[in-house]
Design a protein around this ligand. Structure first.
Ligand SMILES: *[C@@H]1O[C@H](CO)[C@@H](O)[C@H](O)[C@H]1NC(C)=O
Ligand SMILES: *[C@@H]1O[C@H](CO)[C@@H](O)[C@H](O)[C@H]1NC(C)=O
Ligand SMILES: *[C@@H]1O[C@H](CO)[C@@H](O)[C@H](O)[C@H]1NC(C)=O
Length: 347
């Protein structure tokens, strides 16, 4: 009896914690899969700074330096370090693989990815956070050259020293840490669990290509609700690759009711479309997945000019404000988001 009550209390205490933990996910959006995993050993390097110019010194992460090892054979396969300055996408944390695993000589790396942190979760007492990092730039075409997301998991150590020993501005302290890094890649096939062939069956179309979009959903408060009125996003093949086009809403709907538009820089062409179906409803942290029917095209028939359907999938963020101070009519809110857009042609 006493024991049962103990278990019940334990469940009541643990359940809310589990629910809370489930809310923040360190997983990349659906449509990405694990490419490979490495173990890392190195240092988190903190510098003693007066961040807010208030005369109060504290430790701030300056950079990290680590060696990367093959998870199976434990051979040195690369390095983790920070760029001196952020790249165009705002990333500094970088991973490079050696051309020849096991040899740390000064060979050029075979591939490199740089990324920015988009989610963090506590790594437990004394350990640095677990992270989800999104790629912001690449070099090389092998392995890391196709990384879309990087997870830092199983962290041990690496937390900032006590502020009490931060007495001299500019002083640095290297704290040993270990972790695993998991490199993800964006799936290039049309099979995403449970959603394969939806468009094919209904409209006899085939996928032409897919693009990663990152930017903002634009909302305006109309007196009773936040209304979506525009989007601004840059399009690339995967996160961190060269920008090849953009996404926005036409000023007004076109003759057939379409407004969301995708435009390519290199092969001048556009497709405008209107939403016809919800593939997956919005969740607590992401906008819906949707089917859109093309209402107008311009330019290159082999690019956006030939597209008949668009799917928005693998969404992250982009929701209107959840709870906020009372908005005024006309207030605008830009909600950061990313999605993968699939473009189809009639077959
Ligand atoms: C600096 O200021 C920001 C914003 O006011 C605050 O959140 C942060 O804790 C401050 N950092 C330090 C080290 O005092
Ligand atoms: C994420 O990082 C921020 C800044 O370091 C920290 O304040 C916050 O507690 C972290 N979140 C979790 C869930 O650990
Ligand atoms: C959306 O923004 C783009 C510029 O980013 C602009 O050209 C377009 O007219 C805007 N559309 C609406 C409906 O405001």
């Amino acid at each position: 009896m006493e024991k049962d009550r103990g278990i019940l209390i334990a469940i009541l205490v643990v359940l809310p914690l589990l629910l809370q933990a489930a809310k923040i996910s360190l997983s990349p959006p659906d449509g990405n899969s694990i490419d490979f995993e490495v173990t890392a050993s190195g240092f988190q390097i903190y510098s003693c700074v007066d961040v807010n110019k208030t005369g109060h010194l504290s430790w701030a992460l300056d950079r990290a330096e680590a060696e990367l090892f093959d998870a199976k054979f434990h051979t040195l396969i690369g390095f983790h370090y920070f760029l001196p300055k952020p790249d165009a996408g705002g990333g500094r944390a970088t991973w490079s693989l050696l051309k020849t695993p096991g040899s740390s000589s000064s060979e050029l790396p075979s591939s490199t990815v740089t990324g920015k942190t988009i989610t963090n979760l506590s790594g437990g007492r004394g350990n640095i956070d677990d992270l989800l990092v999104q790629a912001t730039s690449h070099s090389g075409h092998t392995r890391l050259g196709r990384a879309s997301y990087i997870q830092r998991i199983k962290t041990r150590g690496g937390t900032a020293p006590s502020d009490e020993i931060c007495k001299v501005g500019g002083m640095t302290q290297a704290v040993p840490y270990k972790s695993d890094y998991v490199f993800w890649t964006q799936q290039a096939s049309d099979v995403i669990e449970g959603h394969h062939g939806y468009i094919d069956a209904k409209y006899s179309t085939r996928p032409l290509f897919l693009l990663f979009g990152e930017g903002f959903q634009h909302y305006r408060f109309d007196g009773s609700a936040w209304q979506l009125f525009n989007a601004s996003a840059l399009l690339s093949s995967i996160p961190g690759q060269e920008v090849i086009g953009d996404h926005y809403f036409l000023e007004t709907k076109d003759a057939r009711g379409g407004q969301p538009t995708w435009s390519s820089f290199a092969s001048p062409s556009t497709v405008t479309a209107k939403p016809v179906n919800t593939l997956r409803p919005a969740t607590s942290d992401s906008i819906s997945w949707a089917d859109l029917h093309a209402t107008g095209n311009t330019g290159d028939k082999y690019f956006f000019g030939g597209v008949t359907y668009v799917q928005r999938r693998s969404t992250r963020g982009g929701l209107p404000p959840q709870v906020s101070r009372a908005p005024k009519v006309g207030d605008v809110f830009l909600s950061p988001y990313s999605a993968v857009y699939w473009f189809y042609v009639s077959s």
